[in-house]
Design a protein around this ligand. Structure first.
Ligand SMILES: Nc1nc2c(ncn2[C@@H]2O[C@H](COP(=O)(O)OP(=O)(O)OP(=O)(O)O)[C@@H](O)[C@H]2O)c(=O)[nH]1
Length: 338
């Protein structure tokens, strides 16, 4: 019996504009030197973190991005930018997310006031935009201080919003650093909230996990290393890290033997037509790491399923896993009609 027997799915191509949620618009905001360009560079241009040390100050609105399975349109607003005076139709759009970057290593009271101005402005003018706060550069802080800082920032924002009468505004907070996986994990969570297909993907992954004894499954956008969905079991940063490292291995090997994954950064917002994959080249890896095995299979040129297997000896049921993963891939193809 396959995991899809009796399962329901819908195409998910209902909201969020063209390409069924594959166009993602992220606006990076925050005070000067908070780390906006570094985040855009490390996540979407694959800049090594050490090369961000001497980045020049951003003085104008800077678009960047990446086109892979998801088309990421990133816009960075300079720290001093007065968006309240801006005819902001071009910057903010109905759907999308504002990522507010706050330097956790610096004094943050001024930045908090700017953040609150931004949240209230967006709540009034662009209520559909998600506000996501990255409490950034936490790598330089001890664990205790980092948690205290994070709690303090979140509490102050929530208290102030409540005092101002904006209790209903949803703001999410993440601890991030460009020197580890945390910034990728945070951007993944931001992106997932914008995807209308998320419930469908989660339920497909849940079914796959229960039918193949998979402990945790992620669907990765390979070039960006952003996971666009995972099953709904509790998530641990450690498992994300292991799976994300496996993607690096695949990309390295793929550069020698695999797909041509050209990811020219796009500086122009444009609609890209669906990617036509005639055949799916796949890679399966079973590797012992502690008690778990990792399984990776490419779903198409840009997407990969990465799983941590719960089974002690996955080789025995590999054919079942392969078969069900094939069914899962077919379901994905229907969701996105590729
Ligand atoms: N320790 C640490 N430093 C970081 C991190 N992210 C960025 N930085 C450093 O912070 C400095 C400022 O980063 P930028 O990305 O230029 O900041 P920005 O917000 O774009 O600055 P403006 O363009 O002036 O608004 C650089 O020296 C980065 O290397 C981080 O996660 N941890």
């Amino acid at each position: 019996m396959t995991f899809m027997d009796g399962a329901q799915y819908h195409t998910g191509r209902v909201v969020n504009g063209p390409n069924g949620g594959r166009n993602q618009r992220l606006v990076l905001m925050g005070d000067r030197r908070s780390g906006k360009s570094s985040i855009a560079g490390v996540v979407f241009q694959k800049t090594p973190p050490s090369e961000t040390l001497f980045t020049e100050a951003t003085t104008e609105i800077t678009p960047s991005g990446m086109q892979s399975f998801m088309n990421f349109h990133v816009v960075e607003l300079p720290g001093h930018f007065d968006y309240l005076k801006l005819e902001s139709d071009d910057v903010f759009r109905d759907k999308g997310a504002v990522i507010w970057v706050m330097d956790a290593q610096d004094q943050y009271l001024d930045a908090l006031n700017h953040l609150l101005d931004t949240i209230t402005y967006l709540a009034q003018h662009w209520p559909a935009i998600n506000v996501e706060v990255f409490v950034h550069k936490v790598d330089g802080l001890s664990e205790e201080f980092r948690n205290d800082t994070f709690r303090d920032i979140r509490q102050r924002v929530q208290d102030e919003l409540s005092d101002l009468g904006y209790d209903n505004v949803q703001v999410s907070f993440y601890q991030t650093s460009i020197y580890d996986h945390s910034v990728f994990e945070a951007v993944s969570n931001v992106v997932q909230k914008l995807m209308p297909q998320l419930p469908t993907l989660e339920s497909l992954l849940n079914s796959l996990c229960s039918s193949c004894r998979i402990q945790k499954a992620y669907l990765f956008d390979i070039p960006s290393k952003i996971f666009i969905a995972s099953d709904t079991s509790p998530q641990e940063s450690k498992t994300y890290e292991v799976c994300s490292d496996l993607i690096d291995v695949v990309v390295d090997i793929g550069e020698l033997y695999g797909w041509d994954r050209s990811t020219e950064p796009s500086y122009v917002a444009q609609d890209k037509t669906d990617i036509g994959n005639d055949a799916c080249e796949s890679l399966v890896m079973m590797e012992r790491r502690g008690q778990s095995y990792l399984y990776l299979k490419e779903m198409n040129q840009f997407l990969a399923l990465v799983c941590i297997m719960a089974d002690d000896s996955p080789v025995e049921n590999q054919s079942l896993v392969d078969y069900n993963v094939g069914v899962f891939r077919d379901a994905l193809a229907k969701v996105w009609q590729w």
